[in-house]
Ligand binder design. Structure first.
Ligand code: SF4
Ligand code: SF4
Length: 414
């Protein structure tokens, strides 16, 4: 690596050095209290998979380039020179961390390893060493935002084709569209994913509740966040903000996608609309008497708290409330809520990670799910759903994974 590239990466590192980040980098006492909190370490006990172990190389670079000690006494052993070896270490640390922040809960100083890993990810982007699948998917989302007008008619046609599947679950109220598009002043703008499964159940629930809603032209997932590229993250989120602002909607409901929800809720400052995750709306509609749910579930069901919806955004009770309307046999995983084990697929690992690593690092999750005795694992995040589906197969847990919205749509009653 030449001096110019080192200098460019140092500049990028500096953009991340806000007050909280300096605290995270300067405060670790190596007490080791976070070691057992990481699902990766618990499933594959190697020090490089601990929170403190992952952060070491980032800390050494921080000391070398931004602290007096690194400038005058680099031989003390707590520094490293920015080079290709360091970038490889960054990759290994950042893309084996799901950003679940369970370690943060157990650190006495609240050190956020996910934030420290965001430095590693940003420098990988700067060095053109990021997982290419994530930058490609991010760029596709950005391009779609720029060309949305050209594809609008095609999108409307595709949406029309899935309306019969919505009608099969719940008849559309008279005078309303089954899947409305481009409705100004709608109460809710629903932002789905690219698959129709993320639209059908939600549309049936909105129609059963007789809500004035409209479907977004964009998919919610923010690959820029998985990539750790703040600029792409912003561009992807801004497409939805511009749409919601143009349509003057009151609420933006994000599909069951943890990262999309948390990023929109927490990283775009004050917005002219409310941001909720769709499961919150299902619970609300039921509590307000807008929908009724039957106890249609005959199998024992448990719930996986998605890290970005639960621990990192505080939505714990709405999904449990819905499951308890649908079943008399709900059981919580142990531990749960803030302490729940990550599914093992966050942080972009489902799209970009190595399958064997994803499975092996989720052994603790498989054990936790099996112990519940449930045959249905419900969740409220697409990423968790994909990962847990794979984990169930890999560890033969004899369980199947379901979205809360899908279960709720099946339970809709007159
Ligand atoms: S954020 Fe999650 S995956 Fe990353 S080190 Fe902490 S506990 Fe492990
Ligand atoms: S618990 Fe906090 S202070 Fe202790 S080793 Fe982990 S990150 Fe460092």
């Amino acid at each position: 690596m030449d001096l110019q590239q080192q200098y460019e990466l140092e500049k990028l590192f500096k953009t991340k050095l806000h007050q909280a980040m300096r605290f995270y980098l300067e405060t670790c006492t190596h007490c080791g209290l976070c070691v057992d909190s990481c699902h990766v370490y618990n499933s594959m006990p190697e020090l490089r998979y601990t929170a403190v172990g992952r952060s070491e190389v980032v800390r050494k670079i921080f000391i070398k380039y931004f602290k007096m000690q690194g400038k005058i006494a680099p031989w003390l052993g707590e520094t490293m020179e920015m080079d290709e070896f360091v970038l490889d270490k960054f990759y290994e640390a950042a893309f084996s961390c799901t950003g679940c922040r369970r370690c943060m809960v157990h650190c006495p100083f609240g050190i956020d390893t996910q934030q420290i890993m965001s430095i590693a990810k940003l420098l990988l982007v700067g060095a053109d060493k990021e997982p290419k699948i994530l930058s490609m998917l991010s760029d596709m989302s950005i391009n779609k935002g720029e060309q949305v007008e050209e594809s609008r008619a095609q999108y409307a046609e595709a949406i029309k084709n899935i309306e019969p599947e919505v009608e099969a679950i719940w008849p559309t109220p008279p005078g309303k569209k089954t899947i409305p598009l481009e409705v100004e002043h709608a109460d809710v703008l629903y932002v789905a994913l690219s698959g129709k499964h993320s639209i059908i159940s939600a549309a049936a629930i909105f129609n059963a509740a007789d809500i004035n809603w409209t479907l977004s032209s964009f998919e919610a997932v923010n690959f820029g966040a998985f990539l750790g590229d703040p600029q792409r993250t912003k561009k992807i989120g801004n497409r939805i903000i511009a749409e919601a602002t143009r349509l003057k909607v009151k609420t933006v409901a994000i599909v069951e996608c943890g990262t999309a929800f948390r990023i929109m809720k927490q990283q775009f400052g004050k917005l002219p609309f409310e941001v909720v995750t769709f499961v919150e709306l299902i619970a609300k509609y039921h509590q307000e008497g807008k929908i009724k749910l039957n106890k249609v579930m005959t199998e024992k069901v448990t719930y996986h708290d998605p890290c970005q919806i639960a621990r990192n955004a505080g939505v714990y009770e709405a999904p449990r409330y819905i499951l308890n309307q649908l079943s008399d046999d709900f059981v919580d995983m142990i531990p749960n809520r803030e302490e729940n084990w990550c599914c093992g697929g966050g942080g972009g690992l489902v799209a970009a990670g190595d399958f064997e690593f994803r499975m092996k690092s989720s052994k603790v999750k498989a054990d936790q799910m099996k112990k519940t005795g449930a045959t249905v694992v419900a969740t409220a995040c697409e990423n968790c759903h994909s990962q847990l589906h794979d984990v169930c197969g890999y560890y033969n847990t004899n369980q199947h994974v379901e979205f809360i919205s899908h279960l709720a749509a099946q339970g809709l009653a007159k």
